[in-house]
Design a protein. Structure first.
Length: 252
């Protein structure tokens, strides 16, 4: 039986009490009253502020908003749980800072109709607009890292790290049940798994609002490359043949 929910939006949140409320209001404003059924799943992953409390209160007024509580603060783990709890025909994850607004999904949908299993926003697309562009010192390691990622596991994918990616429900179920990485390299892993399973991946342009207060550290580049090496080895060694066990979660 096909899903009754058209779109699931998964938002991982770690200490996002300040930025998340405006994001949730913007998502609701752009979706409510339309002809698409949807759910919004906020995965509160190990926050030490009142992120969970704020989301729980907003659920009384924001349509179809649900809270999932996880004890650990890893983005990959949060997205995985959200994708597997979700019920949508399409399942999308986005950042809590709303760097890429939900209306980008409209430019993704036609490619799903063409048979793609995953559609991702790409800051490297020639038609993308970065507002403002990333500082030069951040662009260099990112570009070098992407070339290494392409050489090892994802040839032809020019931006693996933009935090706005959508999958069909079928692809999400299969990909995320096999994923292992909880840290920054999870984006590389899920795309590599999608390709391994025969799903086509499409990059689309994005209007990306650059958060100058980003908490992403330079060490994340090295961590992602180390994760990429692990992914390459796991693909060779057959380590993805059976899914890992997932811990239980509380949802509300």
């Amino acid at each position: 039986m096909p899903s009754k929910i058209g779109l699931s939006i998964i938002i991982p949140a770690h200490n996002e009490a300040k930025r998340l409320p405006q994001t949730l209001l913007d998502v609701e404003h752009k979706l409510v009253g339309g002809n698409r059924t949807y759910e919004i799943l906020v995965v509160n992953n190990g926050s030490t502020d009142n992120t969970g409390e704020i989301v729980a209160k907003m659920a009384a007024t924001v349509k179809n908003l649900k809270l999932i509580e996880l004890p650990v603060g890893n983005k990959g783990n949060a997205v995985r749980h959200g994708m597997l709890v979700a019920q949508g025909e399409y399942r999308l994850f986005m950042d809590a800072d709303n760097a890429t607004s939900i209306d980008h999904f409209d430019r993704m949908l036609p490619f799903f109709k063409e048979g793609y299993g995953a559609v991702i926003c790409s800051r490297s697309h020639k038609d993308s607009r970065l507002d403002p562009p990333q500082p030069f010192y951040r662009q260099i390691p990112g570009k070098i890292g992407n070339l290494i990622i392409q050489a090892l596991v994802l040839p032809g994918i020019w931006d693996t790290q933009c935090g706005f990616k959508a999958f069909t429900g079928e692809a999400a179920e299969k990909v995320f049940r096999l994923s292992k990485i909880n840290g920054w390299g999870f984006d590389v892993e899920i795309l590599a798994l999608a390709k391994k399973m025969g799903y086509r991946v499409k990059e689309v342009p994005v209007h990306w609002i650059n958060n100058l207060d980003s908490t992403v550290k330079a060490s994340a580049y090295l961590t992602t490359l180390w994760d990429t090496l692990r992914i390459r080895w796991w693909l060779w060694s057959g380590a993805y043949n059976s899914p890992p066990a997932l811990p239980s979660v509380d949802s509300g």
